[in-house]
Write a protein that binds this ligand. Sequence first.
Ligand SMILES: NC(=O)c1ccc[n+]([C@@H]2O[C@H](COP(=O)([O-])OP(=O)(O)OC[C@H]3O[C@@H](n4cnc5c(N)ncnc54)[C@H](O)[C@@H]3O)[C@@H](O)[C@H]2O)c1
Length: 439
Amino acid sequence: MSSSIKVVSKLLSERIQARTAMVGVVGLGYVGLPLAVEFVNAGFSVTGIDVQASKVANLNAGCSYIQDVPTEIVHQHVESGRLRATGDFSVIAGLDTVNIAVPTPLRKTKDPDMTFVVAAAEEVAKYLHPGMLIILESTTYPGTTEEVLLPMFEQGGLKVGKDFFLCFSPERIDPGNAHYQTHNIPKVVGGITPQCTELGALFYSQALDTVVPVSSTSVAEMVKLLENTFRMINIGLVNEMTMMCDRLGINIWEVIDAAATKPFGFMPFYPGPGLGGHCIPIDPFYLSWKSKQAGVEARFIDLAGQINGQMPRFVVNKVQNALNSQAKPLLGAHVHIAGVAYKREIDDLRESPALDIILLLEQKGAHVTYSDPFIPSIRLNRHSLSSVNLEEVVAVADCVIIVTDHKAFDYEFLVDNARLIVDTRNALKSYHSRKIVRL
Ligand SMILES: NC(=O)c1ccc[n+]([C@@H]2O[C@H](COP(=O)([O-])OP(=O)(O)OC[C@H]3O[C@@H](n4cnc5c(N)ncnc54)[C@H](O)[C@@H]3O)[C@@H](O)[C@H]2O)c1
């Protein structure tokens, strides 16, 4: 290592260890805000930067808008002067580290939409200065950090591994998970150079329990895609098994529970109304896009995508058949959806299968209402719906579909009072009634 690299990295490493390094987080959403809070918990001063003025204002007012981050903590940190937010990227000039956690959605064509990452990186590049550590956390295809970000950052003449340090570290947060949160989920980090990895690992180890260094940014990018593709494909497999079991008259839930008693070589995955959230339905397509460019078809991903994509229609067919068996047509029926968030106990509607189910039901002429204690209203193609009290509609609806098994729902009341229930989550596992139709 040359002496100038040594000096730059030594200074940064000293500032990190003394916790005097000024930390920045670009993108203050589900990933960025918890991360910012962890670094303040560890004793750093953190500046969050977001283009959404309401998030900046909320944070500076000491209010949390992310369910897993308590407002009391945000309030305390803002009051202490160690956490603040801004929409002004020029603050980067005074920061030592910057984590980028902006959205990575898909285009309609299922190609990666890199506009948010590129926009954030352009701002970081403007204020890049010697001695800085930059870590991309947004889930993306392997090669992004090296092929997209690095050239942007080196354009001004600074050299990676010498003047500044660049890493990728996948975020593995699981919103709504009370046990595993940012601080105790092992953090994988890979840098462009070994020095980058070392500084990235040192940085995270100040605030997080376990750090797992890997040899490159591409390995770190691929780790996240393996994890999420693994989930997506296994859910696809179990969803396909569900369709088979439906034809064969076998209860898939009982099959999975019994299979899960095998103490080795099996891991249970559960069927559902379709994939949701900002990760599992999206991330694997980042990988398939990249692998197609390299001449390799991602066949498992494409197949699982097709199967999982059929689930909302499968649910609607179940509703239609169940109503038919009661001599009630779906056309004109009142169908009530219990839960629209993409999973239980969270307020995230992104990519939720409930939205597809509602649209399909409406296309077939059903009158649809919904209840969700976490989501007061939803915007559909041409209209909006507001959440209604489940207890008030249960008895009047022709069918209730449990799409999201929130704990707040009174399942006993539901079973006692509903005319027909289609349960896509096995929330009524312990109930036996002819009016329950399971996935
Ligand atoms: N939500 C999850 O559970 C989760 C888990 C693991 C990984 N991820 C990944 O983390 C990344 C962020 O996801 P998220 O759920 O936090 O998204 P989010 O939408 O909750 O937050 C992203 C934030 O970035 C801001 N933003 C957008 N463009 C910006 C820019 N140019 N400069 C500054 N801020 C900008 C947005 O206003 C928003 O506040 C994604 O790549 C996602 O795939 C998400």
